[in-house]
Write a protein that binds this ligand. Sequence first.
Ligand code: KG4
Ligand code: ZN
Length: 340
Amino acid sequence: MKILGIESSCDETAAAVVEDGRKVLSNVIATSLEEHKLYGGVVPEIASRRHAESISGVVKEALEQADCTMADIDAVAVTYAPGLIGALLVGVNFAKGLAFATNTPLVPVHHLRGHIASNYITSDVEPPFLCLVVSGGHSHIVAVNSYTDFEIIGKTRDDAAGEALDKAGRTMGLAYPGGVSIDKISKGADENAYKFPHPKVSGCPYDFSFSGLKTAVINTVHNANQKGEEINTADLAASFQKAVVDCLITNCQKVIKEKNYKKFVIAGGVSANSKLRSEAEIMCRKCGAKLYLPELKYCGDNAAMIASQGYYEFISGVRAGEDLNAYATMPIDEKYKTVE
Ligand code: KG4
Ligand code: ZN
């Protein structure tokens, strides 16, 4: 069964064809990242315009590279939430037009479920497992009970991990996206040079909080500037990265131990982070759990992961009608409902 995936939730316009949820036949991505770098963050209006310009060509190329026409496609899977609303609407409307014009079933896919599926195209992992989903907009610990049954175990109370890394990177004068720059500049630096608080969160013991850490790094930079002191940016970046990764890994370890998980999976843009990947490895060895990490090329936003999850949603019976809309926010555990 061949699924055409379409993704446009942020600044990547992507299309891919995936066979039976696991075999990537094509994976095409156009990005407007370079334009956003000028502004230090994604400008939604620019992202939407670039999606509108690129989407036809990107989908055409994905079909061509997979040696397919729409006649070979069993379903069109599209990211419908969460994300930038204007950006999502481009993908959703394109997918609707294509699906209904070619009489192909349309399957709505939650972006974070897609990130989790990036592991299905990288390894043979199958649910149930525990997953840390860390992106620019979300930081969740999710119990993946089946391909389409998700349960939120812990989440951030404020900033997402990627968002905190991006903002800290900007304060340190590093290029956007800060998460990528921090990872690069931290190599070989002293991660114990600066001390950061370990944020305490009351209530759910698996929840995160990153806004205090972000404020601490901003204060460190401002205080040094006011006193005319030099900051060692590489050491500061490495120390901040360590603090963020410690918070993520500590909570995941708690869940793995308390709920006796044997499979641990990481997904989302921040899963490309080298420190997170190596600390996860160490933690899983200690806990006796098997670790699964997405291939680096599938960590960031792409449509192969959407086509993969789309396959599992499709075979479980999920379909969208002509009323399919896009949503800026949507919990990962919410079932898709058509409007009556
Ligand atoms: O999943 P993603 O591509 O887009 C969203 O769905 O948000 O995630 C983007 C986030 C950004 O915050 C970016 O800084 C972060 O992923 N990121 C990284 C790395 N690569 C991307 N953070 C840390 N280390 C990396 N190597
Ligand atoms: Zn994403």
